[in-house]
Design a protein. Structure first.
Length: 605
């Protein structure tokens, strides 16, 4: 179906390669939808390179384009790292906007994606849609001013055109979502000069970043629009964060980080990639989960494993997977990716008065994968000042190897980056202690908690669809809720012991929660687990009463890989407040929401 449908944006991946991202895609679609009632403010999606950010925006545009009932036209601009004049960029920007706005109004995906069309050709388009007709009138005015002026008017014309999407949205009632990928690049590649002077400066190598016009600053008012708010993204994490959270745009943007995939979804992606690119490669579910855990669920690294040129490539067991990952980090695509990044940022990474100390700090930094960087601990380990370590970590921050929040530096959740750093720097350091970057402990923890993780990941993908109730031990159909959040929770009454709720989900828009008890063994679940969950539900309600809050409705859900004892089945069969899913049932639910493998029963190690 999707292969036959013409999409407004040609996606870089095969359509079925898009795995997970359901939660953030749903949130961004809601952001677009809510623009119509002026309930969305400008926001930024921030992610390291190769995390799937552009693919996410492509899918968002392809989703909301075919929702004319939203009455919100996506204006989608991919900033290219190519130097140009402001006058030329203004023409490209305006052409893209008018083409895409009219295409949305007329539901013409071919027009939306046809970047070769000119403004004059768009004028020949005679839409019946009122908003599109108004856009054509504004287009005529733009062409007239553009043709009657020169590069000297380019900045004034740009500043005026920035407001056109909001004006058109206001006059026509069809709002605009201004979506700009790699927004930070609007600082460095556009020059407010004549084309002749631009060519002269280019031939002399004088087109510096400092000489470019910072177009991001011109959005200071547009970023506050509610009729045409902005969704921007960037993979230069530090730079995009500084751009939208400081300077002229400070205080105008919300932001969210795009994280790696969950381990179950990473395994699903690896299965998907192998089906497409290496269909003869065999991969068991357990080994897919192991590979996902060892790469931290990073989509690009999983792609590297699937496409690896390693001579002895196979995924038959954990040793083979470890060798494949090591090859990619030390010689393959992952090595090339990070080697290029380090070369591009060498002014930050290797600019040290004491080069050996700088390398040691970077090396010891690797132990903090996905954790706050303990600057004092590194200083004590190396017997240097805290200031010296702080200065180095700040440089790593500028090089996008560290992110910062709540006045703390954090290492990215990127185990392959940490292994690359260890490989590159350890060989130059004599007598340095070994840092264990194995993910084996993570995998062992995963095996114990896998069922809980699967339930959590799957529940976050529920979105009001109707589902076969037999998967939950009931008859008919069940309308799935939309959850505000899903997590593990502990409850304790005034005179009771603490109870762990394996999975706790709060529904969005109503006072109703789901609590789940997971049993991940081949033994059948007995009444003890059922009573435990019921007791936790009672404490939840009592806590709400004691706090004088609305007492929530509690939906209990029993999930057991080994099935249920006869007493349990008899006890819950007529209970509408208790759902129950065996291995077959939870597998069916998991597959409905993107799982392409069966939930394994791990062997005891």
């Amino acid at each position: 179906m999707h292969d036959e449908k013409i999409l407004p944006v040609e996606e870089m991946l095969a359509y079925k390669e898009f795995t997970d991202r359901v939660e953030i895609l749903r949130e961004l679609e809601a952001w677009v939808k809510n623009i119509q009632r002026m309930a969305s403010s400008s926001t930024a999606v921030i992610a390291p390179r190769r995390m799937g950010k552009t693919v996410l925006l492509d899918r968002l545009v392809n989703t909301v384009f075919f929702k004319p009932e939203y009455r919100v036209a996506p204006f989608y601009l991919n900033m290219k790292p190519e130097k140009t004049t402001l006058r030329k960029f203004l023409l490209e920007y305006a052409t893209t906007f008018f083409r895409q706005y009219i295409a949305y109004c007329c539901q013409d995906p071919v027009l939306f994606q046809n970047s070769a069309v000119t403004l004059e050709e768009i004028l020949e388009y005679h839409p019946k849609h009122d908003a599109a007709g108004l856009a054509r009138k504004m287009l005529r005015k733009f062409i007239w001013r553009y043709e009657e002026s020169s590069h000297e008017d380019a900045k004034n014309h740009w500043d005026a055109f920035i407001r056109v999407p909001e004006m058109l949205a206001s006059f026509s009632g069809t709002r605009v979502a201004v979506i700009i990928d790699e927004f930070q690049d609007m600082k460095f590649y556009v020059y407010d000069t004549s084309y002749e002077h631009f060519l002269e400066m280019s031939s002399k190598g004088l087109l510096t970043d400092q000489g470019a016009t910072d177009l991001t600053a011109s959005y200071r008012r547009q970023a506050q629009s509610r009729k045409a708010p902005m969704l921007v993204s960037g993979s230069a994490v530090t730079l995009i964060f500084r751009t939208v959270m400081g300077g002229p745009l400070g205080g105008r943007f919300d932001f969210t980080y795009l994280r790696p995939l969950s381990v179950p979804d990473g395994a699903a992606l690896l299965h998907q990639l192998l089906d497409i690119y290496a269909p003869d490669t065999k991969l068991s579910t357990v080994n897919a989960l192991y590979a996902s855990a060892q790469t931290g669920g990073h989509p690009y690294y999983l792609y590297c494993l699937a496409m690896s040129k390693y001579e002895n490539k196979n995924l038959d067991d954990t040793d083979a997977i470890d060798k494949l990952i090591r090859y990619e980090i030390e010689q393959g695509k992952i090595f090339g990716f990070w080697q290029t990044h380090f070369q591009d940022n060498r002014k930050h990474i290797n600019a040290d008065s004491d080069e050996a100390l700088g390398k040691k700090i970077i090396y010891y930094f690797t132990k903090y994968n996905n954790k706050p960087v303990e600057i004092r601990e590194i200083a004590e380990k190396l017997n240097v000042t805290v200031k010296a370590v702080e200065e180095k970590i700040e440089k790593l921050y500028l090089a996008d190897l560290v992110w910062r929040t709540r006045a703390r530096y954090y290492a990215f959740n990127d185990i392959c980056l940490m292994r690359f750093i260890k490989f590159v720097y350890k060989q130059d350091l004599d007598g340095i202690e070994d840092i264990d970057l194995s993910q084996q402990n993570l995998f062992n923890t995963l095996k114990g908690r896998f069922l809980e993780i699967v339930v959590q990941v799957t529940m976050m993908k529920f979105c009001h669809e109707m589902t076969d109730a037999s998967f939950f031990g009931k008859s008919g159909e069940i309308s799935m809720p939309l959850f505000q959040f899903v997590d593990t929770k502990y409850v304790k009454g005034a005179k009771t012991r603490a109870y762990q709720i394996d999975v706790y989900g709060k529904e969005r828009g109503r006072e109703r929660v789901w609590i789940c008890e997971c049993k991940y063994t081949q033994a059948k679940m007995g009444m003890k687990q059922v009573k435990k969950l019921e007791r936790a539900a009672e404490i939840l309600k009592q806590d709400a009463k004691d706090a004088e809050l609305t007492v929530p409705e509690v939906q209990m859900w029993l999930v057991s890989a080994g099935g249920f004892a006869g007493k349990v089945l008899e006890y819950v069969k007529d209970r509408e407040d208790i759902y129950f899913s065996d291995h077959q049932g939870i597998n069916a639910i998991f597959r409905m929401y993107g799982g392409n493998y069966s939930i394994p029963l791990f062997k005891k190690s």
